[in-house]
Design a protein around this ligand. Structure first.
Ligand code: NAD
Length: 279
């Protein structure tokens, strides 16, 4: 039972990663992202998910620095994720991209560094750079994002097994086969757009389950992630929703609820299919 906001899963390299975190995609650099990260950490969040392409690493770094300076949290209590963007993939360029992210964040290391998308013909060159960043201590763990099973199979020839695969995951896109594969290989699945960018929240079945537990549809979906063993990073920049989303540790979905939510799976994506993207 995952029963508090700072509960963590142990990744395949022994590093602890909070089950729950804040995603900051589309949070504007500057005041917006700084305020969101600070509010989240003060509410007890310990994990922040950004990316070079979100163009808000500066703001995330500023918030972290100010929180540490004021004694709200220690750096080592935080879990910071960022990602190498597609245009930077390749061996040397990935090493440079990581340094640039660390500079913008104002950090010596990140807790998790991810290959953002499986760019054809590139991620095979990129992964050895991720291994080097891991061995050099610039990333405490390394992983991938948007990898299908066949992409993960391509990485089998390397030494380091990805610690995490961050993929689109919500009740419309249950990804059972990928979840089982990752679980069997010790790769932790992490959900992006866990709320389907808010679009799934007026689903009547989720409403019914939410009413049964005295919770909101968002809380039910996030609890379903956790009970499936999936790390989740919902995005919000409003304090009320940050608090609402994190308030999922005092109830449990029963088997009937879990089955009913699983049954919402239609394979519908809110983002691109990793086998068919052009950026
Ligand atoms: P999300 O599913 O987390 O939905 C966020 C949106 O839902 C918010 O903008 C808000 O409009 C709404 N919302 C949030 N909480 C709510 C609540 N309690 N009630 C009602 N509405 C609510 O979508 P996301 O931001 O796309 O995904 C979360 C995070 O995942 C991102 O911020 C980012 O960090 C990560 N992500 C990664 C990738 C990738 O390719 N690796 C892609 C997309 C997102």
């Amino acid at each position: 039972m995952i029963n508090h906001l700072q509960a963590a899963t142990t990744l395949n390299n022994g590093v602890k990663m909070p089950w729950f975190g804040l995603g900051v995609y589309k949070a504007q650099d500057g005041e917006e992202v700084v305020a969101a990260v600070k509010a989240a950490v003060r509410l007890g969040y310990r994990s922040i998910d950004t990316a070079a392409i979100y163009r808000n690493e500066d703001g995330v770094g500023r918030a972290v620095r100010e929180l540490v300076e004021e004694g709200a949290v220690k750096r080592e209590e935080l879990f910071i994720t960022t990602k190498v963007w597609n245009a930077d993939q390749g061996y040397d360029t990935t090493l440079e991209a990581c340094d640039a992210s660390l500079r913008r964040l104002g950090l010596d290391y990140v807790d998790l560094y991810l290959i953002h998308w499986p760019v054809k013909g590139k991620y095979i060159e990129t992964w050895p750079a991720m291994e080097k960043l891991y061995k050099d201590g610039k990333a405490r763990s390394v992983g991938v994002s948007n990898f299908h099973i066949h992409h993960l199979e391509d990485l089998r020839l390397f030494e380091v097994v990805p610690a995490v695969n961050q993929v689109e995951y919500h009740p419309w896109l249950g990804q059972k086969e990928l979840l089982t594969y990752c679980r069997d290989r010790g790769i932790r699945l992490e959900a992006w757009s866990p709320l389907a960018q808010g679009r799934i929240l007026d689903n009547p079945e989720l409403g019914r389950i939410a009413a049964k537990h005295g919770k909101t549809a968002a809380q039910v979906v996030l609890r379903w992630d956790l009970q499936n063993g999936v790390v989740t990073i919902p995005k919000s920049v409003t304090e009320r929703r940050l608090a609402e989303n994190a308030n999922v540790f005092d109830f449990a979905l029963d088997d009937a609820d879990m089955t009913a939510i699983d049954a919402l799976n239609t394979g519908t994506r809110v983002g691109p299919d990793p086998d068919n993207f052009d950026f």
